[in-house]
Design a protein around this ligand. Structure first.
Ligand code: ADP
Ligand code: MG
Ligand code: MG
Length: 252
């Protein structure tokens, strides 16, 4: 089963240290949530794991199924099963959603074993239906003119089609109304399996009413400062983050 291991990960942006030693272990079947105030490095963690060139990893190790993730190029990380639904998905003019999805699927497959067009279309249409997406979105340019909620659904569509081993969702709940949130959560829950792990980054506890995490971690100032179960998310929702700061003697 999948195992994802982050050991003392440190990363900088433009020379400024943002991640100050992250430790996390995610086993197959587990859902971990990371919560934390704005600007604490949650998206930086997601981007550094995906290999975004803007973020320089300065220390630490990351393993996916025993393989050294930090040694891999971005496309190799995707092929190893890492998937990130971004907080701010980018628009790509001139590439349709369905072209993008099919090449993303094929990039993860061996040469000569590409998915057939018919099979791809059948899969895409059935997943779009699950997500209550307008079929027309298949032919629109990637994310161009999509509303916030449509972009988030589109990220989940990618997740459903790519069958990743380790899923990172960065604020997938932002910009979603309650109906869209339930649909997105159902998509995630349908993907729960023993050979897949999830890291769900969220500012609000709301999403965790629909996706029950096994572990909740609080991130502050570039570190995971507290870990617990779902009850920790509820306390954060009710009481905010100040009590954690007080407990840890953090001033800012
Ligand atoms: P979070 O996702 O927890 O809100 P981020 O990881 O987005 O936090 O940001 C952490 C810190 O890094 C913030 O101080 C932010 O201003 C800074 N930061 C993030 N991305 C960039 C960037 N591309 N260039 C410069 N600073 C950045
Ligand atoms: Mg933020
Ligand atoms: Mg963020």
């Amino acid at each position: 089963s999948t195992q994802f291991l982050i050991n003392n990960l440190k990363a900088t942006i433009e020379g400024k240290e943002i991640l100050k030693g992250i430790n996390l272990e995610i086993k197959g079947g587990e859902i971990h949530a990371i919560m934390g105030p704005n600007g604490t490095g949650k998206s930086t963690l997601a981007s550094a794991l995906m290999g975004h060139p803007k973020y320089e990893v300065t220390d630490g190790e990351v393993f996916i199924n025993g393989e050294d993730l930090l040694e891999m190029e971005v496309d190799e990380r995707a092929r190893a099963g890492l998937f990130l639904a971004m907080q701010y998905p980018s628009e790509i003019a001139g590439v349709t959603n369905s072209d993008f999805l099919r090449s993303a699927i094929n990039a993860r497959r061996e040469e000569g074993n590409e998915i057939s067009l018919i099979k791809f279309i059948r899969q895409m249409e059935s997943k779009m239906k699950e997500l209550d997406m307008n079929p027309e979105f298949a032919h629109r340019y990637l994310n161009e003119g999509f509303s916030g909620g449509e972009k988030k659904r589109n990220e989940i569509l990618q997740m459903l089609l790519l069958d990743p081993k380790l899923v990172i969702l960065d604020e997938i709940d932002s910009g979603l109304d309650i109906d869209a949130l339930k649909i997105v959560a159902a998509g995630v829950n349908s993907m729960r399996s023993e050979d897949r792990g999830f890291l769900i980054i969220t500012h609000y506890q709301r999403l965790l009413n629909y996706i029950t995490p096994d572990f909740v971690h609080v991130m502050m100032q570039g570190r995971i400062v507290k870990s617990g179960g779902p009850e920790l998310a509820e306390r954060l929702e009710n009481e905010g983050y100040d009590w954690v700061k007080e407990e840890l003697g953090i001033t800012d």
